[in-house]
Design a protein around this ligand. Structure first.
Ligand code: ADP
Length: 492
C-alpha cells in the first residue's frame, strides 16, 4: 500500500490539504476559501472556528478523493499564514475574539508609541524585526487590553495565545499540545532570535503574561497525534508559509534564495546559522530549526506584486484574467521607455516610504494598453531587483540563481524579463505549490519518509530561464527605473 504525507496549508484566503507520495509528488489536493472579515477600515479578521472547520473539511475531502485509508498517511505537516493572532480559553476551547490577521493595522498607534520610546533598536536586535502592526505582539496586547475581563482571565492562566499553527495543533491533538515552531515564533516580535527564547523584557514592556505563550519546538518535531476515523496520525512538522516555501525549494544552503510572486512578493535568503542584520530595511528571521541546527534568513517583502495585475484587471479592465497579461505584454512593441510604479500603498524594502504613490511615466501619443500591461509586469521584476540587490549587499555575496513560485511566476514573459534584468538565471519548479511541499517535506523528515540527502535528489523538474541582456542594457533600464521610483516617492 502506497504511503503519503498530508500537508495542511492554512493561507490568508484559503485552506488547502495536499497528499504527497514518496516521490515527493502532489497526488491530490483540496481547497476551501475562508471568509475575510473587515470590521473597520484597516482591520482584517478571520473566524478561528471557520479556519479549523475548513482544515478538517479539506482533510476529509482530499483523503476521500484519493480513496485511501487513514493508515496510509504516515505524517502531517502544517504551514500557515504567519503572525495572525488567536487567543482562546483553554478550558472551553472558545476564542475570545476573531483572529487578528497579519494585514490588520489597528495597532499602528501602539507601534508609533513603541517607536517614540526609542525601542526600535532593542526590538530589532532581539527579534530581527522592524516594529510594526504586522507582527503578533501588538495584536496580543490589543486583545488583552480591549476588555478588563479578558485581562483578568489572562492573569488567572485561563487564556492561551497562538498563531494559526498553534491554534490548529491544539485542536487537532484534542487540546493536548500548545506549541509552535521556531519559524512562527520568530514572527511574533516577542521571540529573541539570539537566545531562542521568549524575551522577558519585551513581554514586560507590553505587559503580556508569559503563561499564555506556546512551547517552542523544532520545526520537524513531534507535535502530537491527530486522530482521524480512529487512526492516530502524528503531526511532525510546522513551518510558517514563507519559510515552508524556502524549504520546498530546497534552499538548504547558505545564500540560496527564493521569491514568491503572489499578491505581494516575498523574498527569503537562507543565511545559514548566522543572523545577518540588514542595512536596507530587510528583516532577519528564523528559517527553521531542525534537530538542533538553526537556520536564519533575510526577508524582504514587496507590497504590490501580482496585485498590480489584479489592478489592471479589476480597476482598469484592460485584461479579463491575470494570465492574459502575458499574451498582451508580448504584443507590445514599446521600447521599454514606459515605466509603471505600483506604489499603491507606499513602498516597502528598500525604500520604506509610506508617502510614495503609484505612477506611470514615459507615456507618448501611441502608448497603448499592451504597453501599460508590459510596464506593469516589468515593475514586479524591477521591485524584485531592488530587494535582491539589498540582500546581496547585506549578505556580502552575489546570487547565482533565483528560485521562484507563486501565481505570477507562471507568467513566462515576466520570468524571462526578471532573469534578463537581474542578469542571473531563474529556476521555476514544475509544481509551484512550494508552500505545501515544504511543510510536507519537513513532516516527512521526522517520519523517516526521506532524509535531507534524498530530498535534494527529488523534484528536479524545473523550467530554467536564462538571462540574455548585457550589463549596459541592464544598467540603462535599471537606472531609469530608479528615476521613476524616486519620482513616485514623498508624494502624499
Ligand atoms: P496569494 O497566495 O497571495 O493569494 P497566488 O500565489 O495565488 O497569491 O497568486 C495570485 C496573484 O498572482 C494574483 O495577484 C494574480 O493577479 C497574480 N497572477 C496569477 N497568475 C498570473 C499570471 N499568469 N500573470 C501575472 N500575474 C498572475
Amino acid at each position: 500500500m502506497e504511503k503519503y504525507i498530508l500537508s495542511l496549508d492554512q493561507g490568508t484566503t484559503s485552506s488547502r490539504a495536499v497528499l504527497i507520495n514518496e516521490k515527493a509528488q502532489i497526488v491530490s489536493m483540496s481547497q476551501k476559501e475562508i471568509r475575510q472579515i473587515y470590521p473597520k477600515e484597516g482591520w482584517v479578521e478571520h473566524d478561528p472556528i471557520e479556519i479549523l472547520n475548513s482544515v478538517i473539511e479539506v482533510t476529509q475531502e482530499v483523503i476521500e478523493k484519493l480513496k485511501i485509508q487513514p493508515q496510509q498517511i504516515k505524517s502531517i505537516g502544517i504551514t500557515n499564514q504567519r503572525e495572525t493572532t488567536v487567543i482562546w480559553n483553554k478550558e472551553t476551547g472558545i476564542p475570545i475574539h476573531n483572529a487578528i490577521v497579519w494585514q490588520d493595522n489597528r495597532t499602528i498607534t501602539l507601534c508609533e508609541k513603541l517607536k517614540k520610546q526609542k525601542l526600535e533598536k532593542t526590538i530589532s536586535d532581539k527579534t530581527g524585526l522592524v516594529i510594526g502592526p504586522y507582527f503578533s505582539a501588538t495584536k496580543i496586547k490589543w486583545l488583552l487590553d480591549n476588555d478588563l475581563n479578558v485581562k483578568k482571565q489572562a492573569k488567572s492562566g485561563k487564556l492561551i495565545f497562538g498563531t494559526i499553527d498553534s491554534w490548529l495543533v491544539w485542536n487537532l491533538t484534542n487540546k493536548s499540545t500548545h506549541a509552535t515552531d521556531f519559524s512562527n515564533a520568530s514572527r511574533t516580535m516577542l521571540f529573541n532570535i539570539n537566545t531562542l527564547k521568549w524575551d522577558e523584557d519585551i513581554l514586560e514592556e507590553l505587559n503580556i503574561p508569559k503563561t499564555i505563550l506556546p512551547n517552542v519546538k523544532d520545526s520537524n518535531a513531534y507535535y502530537g497525534d491527530f486522530t482521524y476515523k480512529g487512526t492516530k496520525i502524528p503531526i511532525n512538522g510546522i513551518l510558517g508559509d514563507q519559510q515552508a516555501s524556502l524549504f520546498g525549494h530546497m534552499c538548504f544552503e547558505k545564500n540560496s534564495i527564493k521569491n514568491t510572486y503572489g499578491t505581494g512578493c516575498f523574498m527569503l535568503m537562507n543565511t545559514g546559522n548566522k543572523i545577518i542584520k540588514s542595512n536596507n530595511g530587510l528583516l532577519s528571521t528564523i528559517a527553521w530549526k531542525i534537530e538542533n541546527n538553526i537556520s536564519y534568513s533575510l526577508e524582504g517583502s514587496i507590497f504590490i506584486g501580482g496585485a498590480a495585475i489584479q489592478w489592471l484587471r479589476d480597476e482598469l479592465g484592460i485584461i479579463k484574467t491575470s494570465d492574459q497579461s502575458e499574451k498582451e505584454a508580448l504584443k507590445s512593441t514599446e521600447s521599454k521607455n514606459l515605466y509603471m510604479v505600483p506604489a499603491f500603498n507606499g513602498l516597502g524594502a528598500p525604500y520604506w516610504d509610506m508617502y510614495a504613490t503609484g505612477l506611470i511615466i514615459g507615456i507618448t501619443r501611441d502608448t497603448n494598453n499592451s504597453d501599460i500591461i508590459k510596464a506593469t509586469l516589468d515593475s514586479i521584476a524591477y521591485q524584485t531587483k531592488d530587494v535582491l540587490i539589498s540582500m546581496e549587499n547585506d549578505a556580502g555575496s552575489k546570487i547565482k540563481t533565483l528560485n521562484v513560485d507563486g501565481g505570477a511566476s507562471n507568467n513566462n514573459y515576466l520570468m524571462q524579463f526578471q532573469s534578463d534584468i537581474l542578469g542571473i538565471n531563474i529556476k521555476r519548479p514544475k509544481n509551484t505549490e512550494m508552500t505545501a511541499l515544504g511543510a510536507g517535506y519537513i513532516a516527512g523528515l521526522k517520519a523517516s519518509f526521506w532524509d535531507m540527502d534524498h530530498l535534494k535528489t527529488l523534484n528536479t523538474n524545473n523550467t530554467l530561464f536564462l538571462h540574455s541582456y548585457n550589463k549596459n542594457q541592464i544598467d540603462d533600464l535599471y537606472n531609469k527605473w530608479k528615476k521613476a521610483i524616486h519620482r513616485s516617492m514623498h508624494w502624499n
